[in-house]
Ligand binder design. Structure first.
Ligand code: SF4
Length: 504
């Protein structure tokens, strides 16, 4: 009974943290009214925070938070993976979809388990060389990307279209339904986009990981997760450890362990244990316990705790590691990113921006006009899924500085609204061949009317045409901040007659 309680307690903890993560991301929307900091989960992730700090040789604001879970791991072991990680929770859910699980042999388990250390080492080597790739496989960043870029827009789209269909097409629009819809628009349906650019690969990657998890339980956590690798290394020295008493060698715990942490000879790889309690539940009551600082051999088990230090990385792994590190240094040139895109306000240096950005998607999700979209290969592979401004979709709202307030790593600096209003994103350029005022002598001035800068960055050049005064737009390069509202509002199609070029 007591055992079942601990399983229920763990599952409740997983559900709680998953819902908290969802709540935080869902409320990371204009005008940012959530009860928690939007970057909370990301700031406590040592994998991304330390990689950013190392690659940029800087102290990221709030870096100290990244040490909280590692310290707790030294006490309790890899509890984060089994009790907190929202990605791990979804992986567990995917694993429960299939009744018959694929069991891996000890040899295969040992081999795949080392892959994550190699990936972590490559990521650290790259960071030492000045490049941050931790975002690629980090579970918190991946989960954030999937929720913000795929899940929330899709759910919003479905709910919104259902309401519209019911009220407009079916003609069913009682007052209470309309009020309910208005209330949802101000909260739950706060995101005004149904599809982000380049979102399909993010969804595909997430789906692939879940498919593997349904096939082999926690396959991602066992083999790939670099954050799990950090916690596994620390958990070897945790004060809390599993003890076994009166073992009958039935092997059920080994068969049921979702992490493959219990070997065929019932040896226990401490760093792999995520405290899921499966073995405690499977075994007869009272035989398996978790204790602080148990005496070695307590309970008479043959090899109670295997730290996993000896032979954890073989010679072949070491060679792989070296090849990976050399490749990582090679990437320094292959991934060089020229500034070809318009970046969010305050992000001056392209390389620093790309290295600091962990692709969490907070900024894209909160942007009220949805001008921030994930890049694909427009600025090279190193710029994949970094936010950039697409002025055909939106524009940088003059009175908004939210992207800088939700960015966990300072890739978009917190400027404060007044400084942000002066931050240059690019420079507007009038294409006189397309502009109807310049090319056709027609009255327009939409760009000048929308320009939010005081004293107007779009000036009017008045000329007399056929005896009539005609205004033609001219950009004041000193005043223009490149917010893109002129490009967004320009009525000329398919290509706008005024475009913003990235800052040189
Ligand atoms: S720039 Fe945007 S996507 Fe990148 S880390 Fe900051 S908030 Fe996340």
């Amino acid at each position: 009974m007591k055992v079942k309680k601990s399983v229920i307690f763990r599952r409740s903890s997983q559900v709680f943290f998953l819902l908290l993560f969802l709540y935080i991301l869902w409320t990371t929307t204009y005008p940012l009214k959530g009860a928690f900091n939007a970057d909370m989960f990301f700031k406590t992730d040592p994998n991304i925070m330390l990689a950013v700090a190392l690659s940029e040789r800087t102290i990221v604001a709030g870096l100290v938070l990244a040490f909280i879970i590692p310290v707790l791991t030294l006490i309790f072991g890899r509890f984060f993976c089994g009790w907190v990680c929202p990605f791990g929770t979804v992986i567990d859910a995917a694993g429960s979809l299939r009744r018959k699980k694929k069991a891996l042999s000890d040899g295969v388990n040992a081999r795949i388990r080392n892959i994550k250390y190699v990936l972590l080492a490559v990521s650290i080597a790259a960071a030492v060389l000045g490049h941050q790739y931790a975002w690629v496989l980090d579970p918190i960043a991946m989960m954030g990307r999937f929720i913000s870029i795929n899940l929330i827009p899709a759910v919003t789209g479905v709910v919104e279209k259902t309401f519209i269909f019911t009220m407009r097409d079916l003609g069913f629009r009682p007052e209470w339904l309309y009020s309910f819809y208005r209330a949802l628009k101000g909260s739950f349906l706060g995101v005004e986009t149904y599809v982000f650019a380049n979102s399909a690969p993010i969804l595909a990657m997430f789906a692939l990981i879940m498919a593997f998890a349904a096939w082999v339980p926690r396959s991602w956590c066992r083999a790939i997760c670099p954050l799990g690798a950090i916690y596994a290394l620390l958990a070897r020295y945790a004060l809390l450890a599993r003890t076994v008493e009166r073992c009958t060698q039935c092997g059920m715990c080994s068969r049921d362990c979702r992490m493959g942490a219990i070997k065929d000879d019932l040896d226990y790889v401490k760093g792999e244990c995520i405290l899921c309690m499966d073995c405690v539940y499977t075994c007869a009551p009272g035989r398996i316990r978790f204790r602080f600082l148990p005496a070695r051999g307590q309970g008479g088990h043959k090899t109670l705790v295997r730290q996993g230090g000896k032979g954890a990385i073989s010679r072949a792994d070491f060679i792989l590691l070296m090849i990976g590190s050399i490749l990582a240094s090679g990437l320094k040139w292959a991934f060089k990113v020229p500034r070809k895109l318009i970046r969010p306000p305050g992000s001056q240096d392209e390389k620093a921006f790309v290295d600091k950005c962990v692709r969490c998607a907070n900024c894209m999700k909160i942007c009220p006009t949805k001008v921030l979209q994930p890049a694909f290969l427009e600025s090279g592979p190193g710029g994949l899924w970094t936010p950039h401004l697409v002025n055909e979709i939106g524009y940088c709202e003059y009175n908004c500085d939210l992207c800088g307030r939700v960015c966990p790593t300072g890739a978009i600096p917190r400027l404060g609204l007044e400084e942000k209003k002066r931050a240059k994103l690019g420079l507007a350029r009038v294409d006189r061949a397309k502009c109807i005022a310049w090319s056709a002598g027609m009255e327009c001035l939409v760009c000048e009317e929308h320009c939010p800068v005081s004293h107007k960055a779009i000036k009017i050049d008045n000329v007399i045409v056929n005896g009539v005064v005609l205004g033609r737009p001219v950009v004041d390069e000193d005043l223009c901040i490149g917010c893109g509202i002129c490009q967004n509002k320009c009525p000329v199609r398919p290509q706008r007659a005024i475009v913003v070029d990235p800052q040189k």
